[in-house]
Every structure is written in structure tokens, then in C-alpha cells.
Design a protein around this ligand. Structure first.
Ligand code: ADP
Ligand code: MG
Length: 647
């Protein structure tokens, strides 16, 4: 007898379960996806003991026919695809026919279901893949699946489960995700009989966000609108051009003042399927680059829509990873759309800083979503910043991949500036009624202005605070501007623009500056010598591990040349391997800007202050410095009035 044996179905199911069912939340995910595929509009999830003891999903979907109720537990039994060709255009969330057999192999499961076209329903009781009962029952159309004692027969798995609260947090996050993807459906989550989430059907995503996260979160978000971009169809062998393909993007992204410590507030969907995708994460990260600090994460809820044949979802057993046919196009489309939206908004931070805790009454759910936020999900957070794999890189646009002496600038400053000017201000001003005796409040005071940098244009400088901060009056409140950070932003954009045009102003040194490098610095130097040249450092190797610096960027001046070169070499050492060349260039420009910018504790005369405000208003992205710190704080007129009990 040979040594190879075919595994029993039971064992094969358990192995498959290992891939599909990682923890209670994976069961919830599969059940929710099945209900959504069955057209349910009302989905109720009950869990006990963090999902270990019980997970039950009650839906009002199409249900299963009597003949199908048993078949559903066979491996690879599915009603969603029939032929191999169907794999290329999957329009349902499920298609592998693995979830129910997998879940039932590691739990005690009861299925109760009725299809609307039949007058009675079926009940199947199954534990560890063994069918214990199969009978006809009376019930309303729809499906209820009860999963008890998860991993009762896989002690090793059970041991790996985290605390009840943690498992619950994962479940809560999942239900949240799906409720966001389907605002028109009703989602309820209960734990040990207490309600954690109830989201009744609403018309817009905005309303759903409000239901789930409350008004505070919503205030920090910007809606993306419906953005679409078309790629020309592929040319077939016979020379015929195929139909163009349209990609769509909608959702919400956070203003720069929102800085999360991990990426658990990033929700990505492709055709309403919840996914984890490093290409899209990278696009998001690139858009926020130089907007928020390097190790902070935004909140983002992104819905990508595309024809099903553009995306391969059959990549991973849990269907959370996908592969795009036109990854590079999608990456740039998403990055640019987000960047443009951010730029148009020009949001500004407000004073006093908003305290985060929310009243429990408004959001009992927050406790759980918060827990997920604080926890490091797998894959680890650091993935966000890690280099992409070769496959992912292949999908990226060219500039990320290899050094090019004169790569195209990342975005067009001129266009961006125009977009900013024509952007409408969303909120409607509110008029105040103040008792006559208190004096009238100026007619043109804007009380409900959105926190926007638009107002920068007509600020009236009042003076300097501590020789470091510019204080200015605006129609929408009192502004405080960090002079160093503001100047840094101005210089950063200037140097970046000059760099992109190949016209960086440089200044020759009277005597070449001779610098000794460490071996590591020597390697980096050889790698980025042309990059140094492009920002204004004319250098030459000068003996073994010694270089001669003959010029420095005019913006930074000669005095800082040495410090700057070492700083840039250090950035290169840390960043070149993990981030794109484009990012390295931006980091270099940011260093130059930081060195050259007016320092704090520097007295400025009024002409200089006015110049600084004018230049800042003209920048493309005046709200934060290249390292992500805010440039300006606004004390809103409304808050001032509140403080004085005038409203
Ligand atoms: P898949 O979703 O990949 O088809 P599953 O194992 O998750 O595989 O489910 C098997 C089949 O059982 C599905 O194709 C579907 O026909 C049926 N099914 C599962 N859950 C439901 C449900 N809640 N309502 C109606 N049918 C369901
Ligand atoms: Mg399924």
C-alpha cells in the first residue's frame, strides 16, 4: 500500500475551517455575507460570551429550499457560481461553498430556514460535521443560524481565543463595517441580551455614520462625493477596442486633525465587500503623506466600485484579499481623489482642543469600537508602513518603483490652486439675535463656518504672541498661527515645485565643504547623489568615504549645509528601503524647508507677518506642515460667544 491517503471529509473540513474560521468574528462575517447574498434587509446578530458560547444570525432573506438545506453543509456546495467562467465575475460575497461546512465542523450548529416559495421550512442540527437532526418545521421565510460552542472539538484553537471583550470587539467592528456598507438595511447586535448596536434603515451613508459613530466623528469627516474615472477599453487581438471601464470611489475621509494610532479606523470596500488591501492602503497613505505625521493613521471609509471582472476575489480563503487587474490605475485614482478632496477642504484645527470621550448614552457602542481601535489588529499595524511585496509593487505606478532622474511631479500645483478657489463653502451662516442692550453683533459674522483654511485670505494680523505665534482676527474667529510651521509649509511647497521643474536655486560655497562619511552613509550617498544634486547640493566623491560639497540650496543657506546633508543621508538610510523615491524627495524638501524656516522666538515686524499670511494663503495645503503638525488653530466665533454666554 502506498503512503498517500485521501483525508476523510471530516478532517478535510476541519482543515478548511482553519482557514475560514479564525475566531468568532469570522463566523459572524460568513453568516452576514450569506444573509446579504440572500437579499436580507433585516439582520440581527446575537452573541454570548464574546461569541464562544453562542452566535446567532436571524435574517429575512430568501431562505433555502428544503432540498438545499442539507446540501449547504457539503463541501463546495454553493448556489452562487456554476462554471469556472463565473469566477471571473463574482457578484456575490460568497462563492466558495466552504463557510457552512467549515463552521459546522468546529461547532454545534442549528439551521432553521424557509424559502418564500415553499410553505414549510427545514431544520438541520449538526455538530462537528455530524448531522443529528433534519426535520420539517413551521416558520416564516428567512433563515436563522445558531452556532454554539465554537471550537468545542478543536481545543488548540480555543486556547488561542482572546478575552471575551476582545472577541466581542472584533465582532462589533465587523457588524459596524457591514452596516456601513448597507445603510438601507437594518443591523442589530446584541451581546448577552444587551443591545450594542441598532442601525435602522436610512437613506444616506452620512446618516448611517451618525447612527454608528455619533455626531462628533461625523464632524471630523469629509465626504468624498461620487468620484468616477474611466479607463479606455483594452484593444483586442482583432484591433477592436473594448468598452471603457469605469472605477468609482465614494465614502468619507478624516480631516488632518484626526490622527489614529493604528489603522483600525480604515474601512475598505470593493463592490461592497469588506477587504484588506495594501494597494488601497498605500494609496490612502500617500494621499495623507505630509498631511498627518508619518506614524499616524486617518479614519477612512472607502467604497470602490468596479465591474466584477476587474477584481479577483478568489485569492484568499476568507475572501478579504483581492487582486486588481488595473492596480496601478486604481492606486493613482484613489490617491488623487483623496488628495484633491483634502486640498479642497483646507480644514483647520480648532481651539480649544476637543476632548474625545463621548457620552455613553449617545453611543453605547463606542466602548466596543474604541476597544478595536486601541487594539493592534492583524495584520500588524506596521504593515501600513512596510514595503510592498514584489507583486504589489508590480501593480504600483512607475515612480514608486525605480529612480528616475526627472520624474513627473506628483500633482499639478496650478490645477490644485484653481480647485481650491472655486470650492464652495458648505455650511450656511447663522444670524444671531442679541438683546439690544448688549450691542449688535456684526451682520457679517460667520458663526457656523466650516473649519476651513479659506478664511486665511482675509485675516487681519493683530500681533505676535511670545514672538512665536501670529495672532489674527478673521470673520470666523480668532486665529493663532505657528510662524515656524507656516513658513515651513511655504518653503516646502516652493522647494518641491522648484525640484519638480528642475530649477532649484543653489548657492555656491566659497570653499568646498569636506565631509567624512561612515560606511553606511557612503552607501546611501552613492545611491542618492543625483537626488542631492536635484535639490541643490552639488557634491563630489573626494577620496575614500569623503565628499566635497560645492553648493547648497539657496533656500537653506550655507550655514546649514553640513547638518542638512547628514540629515538627508539619515532619511535615505531609514526611508529609501521602505518608501518610494517620491516620498524620499518630499522628505528631503521637508528637511530643507524646516532648516530654512523662520524659527520660533523670533520677532517679526508687521510687514513680515503680512507677507507670511499672504504666502501661506497661497500655498496648496496651508493646514499642516510637511511633518503633519497643524499650522493654525482657530478659536471659532461661536465658541467665543458661548464662552461669554451670549448664545
Ligand atoms: P457560499 O456562500 O460560498 O455559497 P456557504 O457555505 O457560505 O457558501 O453557503 C452555502 C449555500 O447555502 C449558499 O450558496 C446559499 O445557497 C445557502 N445559504 C447560506 N446561508 C444562507 C442564508 N442566510 N440564506 C439563504 N441561503 C443561504
Ligand atoms: Mg458564504
Amino acid at each position: 500500500m502506498g503512503r498517500i491517503q485521501i483525508l476523510s471529509d471530516d478532517l478535510a473540513n476541519k482543515i478548511a475551517a482553519g482557514e475560514v474560521v479564525e475566531r468568532p468574528a469570522s463566523v459572524v462575517k460568513e453568516l452576514l455575507e450569506n444573509s446579504l447574498d440572500a437579499g436580507a434587509t433585516d439582520l440581527r446578530v446575537d452573541v454570548e460570551a464574546g461569541g464562544r458560547r453562542l452566535i446567532r444570525l436571524v435574517d429575512n432573506g430568501g431562505g433555502m429550499l428544503r432540498d438545499d438545506a442539507l446540501l449547504a453543509f457539503e463541501r463546495h456546495s454553493t448556489s452562487k457560481i456554476r462554471a469556472a467562467g463565473d469566477l471571473f465575475s463574482i457578484a456575490t460575497l460568497g462563492f466558495r461553498g466552504e463557510a457552512l461546512p467549515s463552521i459546522s465542523s468546529v461547532s454545534r450548529l442549528i439551521l432553521e430556514t424557509r424559502a418564500s416559495e415553499e410553505s414549510t421550512g427545514s431544520m438541520v442540527e449538526i455538530a462537528g460535521s455530524k448531522i443529528h437532526k433534519y426535520e420539517e418545521i413551521a416558520r416564516t421565510p428567512g433563515t436563522t443560524i445558531t452556532v454554539r460552542d465554537l471550537f468545542f472539538n478543536v481545543p488548540a484553537r480555543r486556547k488561542f481565543l482572546r478575552s471575551e471583550q476582545t472577541e466581542l470587539a472584533h465582532i462589533a467592528s465587523l457588524v459596524t463595517h457591514y452596516s456601513l456598507a448597507h445603510p438601507d438595511k437594518s443591523f442589530e447586535l446584541r451581546h448577552n441580551s444587551s443591545q450594542l448596536l441598532l442601525a435602522t434603515p436610512v437613506e444616506t451613508l452620512r446618516e448611517r455614520l451618525y447612527q454608528v459613530f455619533g455626531s462628533r466623528t461625523l464632524e471630523d469627516l469629509v465626504e468624498l462625493g461620487e468620484i468616477a474615472k474611466q479607463v479606455p477599453g483594452e484593444i483586442a487581438e482583432d484591433g477592436e477596442e473594448g468598452a471603457p471601464v469605469v472605477f468609482r470611489l465614494s465614502g468619507f475621509i478624516s480631516r488632518p486633525q484626526v490622527q489614529k494610532s493604528n489603522r483600525n479606523s480604515i474601512f475598505l470596500f470593493v463592490n461592497r465587500r469588506l477587504i484588506r488591501d495594501r494597494l488601497l492602503l498605500h494609496a490612502l497613505q500617500s494621499a495623507y503623506h505630509n498631511v498627518i505625521p508619518p506614524h499616524a493613521f486617518p479614519f477612512a471609509l472607502l467604497f470602490v466600485g468596479c465591474p466584477p471582472e476587474e477584481v479577483d476575489v478568489n485569492v484568499h480563503p476568507s475572501k478579504t484579499e483581492v487582486r486588481f487587474k488595473r492596480g496601478s490605475f486604481l492606486h493613482d485614482f484613489v490617491r488623487d481623489a483623496i488628495l484633491e478632496t483634502l486640498t479642497r477642504q483646507r480644514p483647520v484645527s480648532s481651539v480649544p482642543a476637543r476632548e474625545t470621550p463621548q457620552p455613553a448614552a449617545e453611543l453605547p457602542y463606542s466602548e466596543f469600537t474604541q476597544r478595536v481601535e486601541n487594539e493592534r489588529f492583524d495584520p500588524p499595524v506596521s504593515d501600513f508602513l512596510q514595503p510592498l511585496t514584489a507583486v504589489e509593487q508590480a501593480q504600483l505606478p512607475e515612480f514608486v518603483l525605480r529612480p528616475q532622474p526627472a520624474a513627473a511631479p506628483r500633482f499639478d500645483f496650478e490645477d490644485a490652486a484653481i480647485a481650491v478657489e472655486t470650492a464652495p463653502i458648505a455650511a450656511t451662516p447663522v444670524k444671531l439675535r442679541i438683546p439690544e442692550t448688549h450691542g449688535a453683533f456684526p451682520e457679517d459674522a460667520i458663526l457656523d463656518a466650516p473649519p476651513s483654511m479659506e478664511a486665511l485670505g482675509d485675516l487681519r494680523p493683530l500681533g505676535q504672541l511670545q514672538e512665536s505665534f501670529i495672532v489674527a482676527a478673521g470673520r470666523d474667529g480668532l486665529w493663532i498661527i505657528d510662524q515656524h510651521v507656516a513658513h515651513e509649509r511655504i518653503l516646502f511647497e516652493k522647494v518641491l515645485r522648484q525640484r519638480a521643474a528642475g530649477k532649484v536655486e543653489m548657492q555656491n560655497l566659497l570653499m568646498p565643504l569636506i565631509l567624512d562619511l561612515t560606511p553606511a552613509q557612503g552607501i546611501e550617498y552613492n545611491r542618492i547623489r543625483e537626488e542631492l544634486q536635484a535639490v541643490g547640493f552639488d557634491t563630489e566623491p573626494f577620496g575614500n568615504r569623503t565628499i566635497a560639497v560645492k553648493s547648497a540650496p539657496a533656500a537653506a543657506g550655507v550655514a546649514d549645509a553640513e547638518k542638512l546633508i547628514f540629515e538627508i543621508l539619515e532619511i535615505a538610510e531609514n526611508e529609501l528601503r521602505s518608501v518610494s523615491l517620491d516620498d524620499l524627495r518630499r522628505a528631503m524638501c521637508a528637511s530643507i524647508a524646516c532648516r530654512a524656516a523662520i524659527k520660533i522666538n523670533t520677532r517679526l515686524d508687521s510687514a513680515k507677518i503680512e507677507w507670511l499670511l499672504r504666502e501661506l494663503a497661497a500655498t496648496e495645503y496651508p493646514m499642516s506642515c510637511p511633518h503633519g503638525r497643524p499650522v493654525a488653530l482657530r478659536y471659532a466665533t461661536r465658541d467665543i460667544l458661548k464662552g461669554f454666554h451670549r448664545i
